[in-house]
Write a protein that binds this ligand. Structure first.
Ligand SMILES: Cc1cc2nc3c(=O)[nH]c(=O)nc-3n(C[C@H](O)[C@H](O)[C@H](O)COP(=O)(O)O)c2cc1C
Length: 190
């Protein structure tokens, strides 16, 4: 069992990362961490899109350009940890998803033009924390739609702690409550 941990947290004292680590401790098997900040992720531009198109036309799915898509498609479980930024998630995550969304690797199309998934994972966990009230519409829901309609990952679980930066709230207590509600079983001896 391999869990791919897509870490989109950038702050040293990231609360999202703390919550995600607590979840990872409860999931079985090996964890492979991908810290997006340390990856040289680039959005598609004209040159990269043309290169990608010609590689895909030649069915060169083993090319380095598709390494994120191959890794994502092969994972047994995916955990994404992303803070709530500007009603969504950091642009780093969008760039990553652009790199993951590769026809022939993470999804494909039927002869009728309907997308179907090529990903192994059955579960994706999306962990986030928000300063104010959390709205899932522009971040989590987007990722959930990609998983269901393209990648073939049927179960997307939202783990969110909100209101952490609201004056008068107790962020430690909010985070503790979220930790207590995490799925999975606590590993023995921890
Ligand atoms: C660039 C940026 C944008 C943010 N945008 C929002 C927002 O739209 N709504 C909100 O409630 N909080 C927003 N926040 C606050 C964060 O969601 C909150 O502090 C979160 O817990 C940060 O996660 P972290 O501790 O893992 O870095 C924003 C913070 C940053 C740095």
């Amino acid at each position: 069992m391999v869990t791919l941990f897509v870490n989109v947290c950038v702050r040293e004292e990231s609360r999202t990362l703390g919550l995600a680590k607590a979840l990872l401790e409860r999931l079985p098997g090996e964890v492979i961490e991908l810290k997006l900040e340390e990856e040289n992720l680039l959005p598609l531009n004209g040159e990269r899109l043309a290169r990608r198109d010609s590689l895909l036309a030649a069915r060169q799915f083993g090319h380095g350009m598709f390494r994120y898509a191959r890794q994502f498609a092969a994972a047994d479980t995916v955990v994404v940890a992303a803070p709530y930024w500007d009603l969504s998630f950091p642009a780093l995550l969008k760039t990553y998803m652009e790199n993951v969304s590769v026809v022939g690797v993470s999804f494909d199309y039927s002869p009728e033009g309907i997308p179907f998934g090529l990903c192994r994972a059955r579960h994706l966990y999306y962990v986030t924390t928000a300063g104010g009230p959390f709205q899932p519409d522009f971040g989590f829901r987007y990722l959930e739609a990609l998983c269901r309609q393209y990648y073939g990952i049927p179960n997307c679980h939202l783990i969110a702690a909100e209101g952490l930066d609201i004056l008068g709230n107790d962020p430690a207590a909010i985070l503790e409550k979220a930790r207590k509600a995490l799925p999975g079983e606590e590993k023995s001896g921890q």
